[in-house]
Design a protein around this ligand. Structure first.
Ligand code: ADP
Ligand code: MG
Length: 302
């Protein structure tokens, strides 16, 4: 449904995207995960036809985003990073205004509004002013608005930023319903790990490059076993000591030493004994997408 081929974008001399390529299948929930400055919004602006890429191309539902922007806009609903609702209007008034932009009116518009509100669970708030709604509800109104013209594809840029975990889960549930019940293909960008974990597939974007791609499970399974995190007053020295003694290469990051190891609990006993007094605290967890990101880039996401 979406094909991105060798996409490069530069702002002056700054390379924001470097030779990015991936495909999104129909009915997929696809994530672009990366830290601030990774290039997510740049890619998003290109896909939503707001900007033409420096090189390469992207095709959505058979239409080239640079050459056939009007056709692409008919097939795509867009939720931008910055909110786009009129807070002084009600939910219903915001949707109606959007419908008029798409040339909809009368019974047809009423039907579509009812359906979009039903999908996002906001019918009971239709008469409420947007300024009285929580952040999570506002996001749902934005999505309803983006769906009024019945696009096959929904693009969302950091839609859950600023929401608490409960509101984020709620939003994910609605997005899942859109895919399952309506077959909408969804591409979202995020720097939030749990949100990325709920995607079918994702790419990790770092400094404009795709560092790794796959399903969340596939990505996590690249790290065999456990991740052990050690806090130390001198992480560099501890990392060097561990490398010498155990023949494994840890990462020292943000005052901590991270070790990927098949048998975490056994390693913990050995490392504590080997470096008495050097370790302030010890943690053990199963690999997360953050671990994958750290492993591939040496940097952390948040
Ligand atoms: P993200 O959305 O992942 O935070 P962006 O796509 O916004 O990343 O930014 C990618 C890179 O491009 C960053 O280095 C950012 O500073 C730069 N950038 C983004 N927008 C502009 C712009 N309009 N002009 C110049 N540089 C920009
Ligand atoms: Mg952004």
């Amino acid at each position: 449904m979406i094909q991105v081929q060798n996409l490069t974008h530069r702002y002056g001399d700054r390379v924001a995207l470097a030779n990015v390529a991936f495909e999104v299948k129909k009915g997929e929930i696809f994530g672009l995960l990366g830290p601030n400055g990774g290039g997510k919004s740049t890619l998003f602006r290109i896909l939503s036809t707001m900007m033409v890429p420096t090189e390469g191309r992207a095709v959505i539902a058979g239409h080239d985003v640079a050459r056939e922007p009007a056709a692409v806009r008919r097939d795509v609903g867009v939720v931008f990073q910055s909110q786009s609702l009129d807070k002084a209007l009600t939910v219903e008034e915001n949707l109606r205004a959007q419908g008029h932009l798409h040339g909809l009116s009368g019974a047809e518009l009423r039907d579509r509004m009812a359906r979009a509100m039903d999908r996002l669970g906001i019918e009971d708030r239709r008469k409420d002013l947007v300024e009285t709604l929580s952040g999570g509800l506002r996001r749902r109104v934005e999505i309803a608005k983006a769906l009024l013209h019945r696009p096959q594809v929904l693009l969302m840029d950091e839609a859950s930023t600023g929401l608490d975990p409960a509101a984020r889960r709620d939003l994910s549930r609605h997005v899942e319903t859109l895919r399952t019940d309506d077959g909408v293909t969804i591409l979202l960008t995020t720097h939030i790990l749990e949100e990325a974990d709920r995607c079918d597939r994702l790419v990790l974007l770092h400094q404009g490059k795709i560092v790794v791609a796959g399903s969340p499970g596939e990505l996590r399974s690249r790290i065999g076993g456990d991740v052990v995190v050690l806090e130390s007053t001198d992480p560099q020295a501890l990392a060097a000591g561990i490398e010498q003694r155990f023949g494994i290469r840890p990462t020292a990051l943000d005052g901590r030493v991270r070790v990927e190891i098949p048998n975490g609990h056994r390693f913990i006993a050995e490392v504590v004994e080997a470096f008495p007094g050097a370790i302030e605290s010890v943690g053990l967890h199963k690999p997360t997408l953050e671990d994958v990101f750290v492993r591939e880039t040496g940097a952390s996401i948040e």
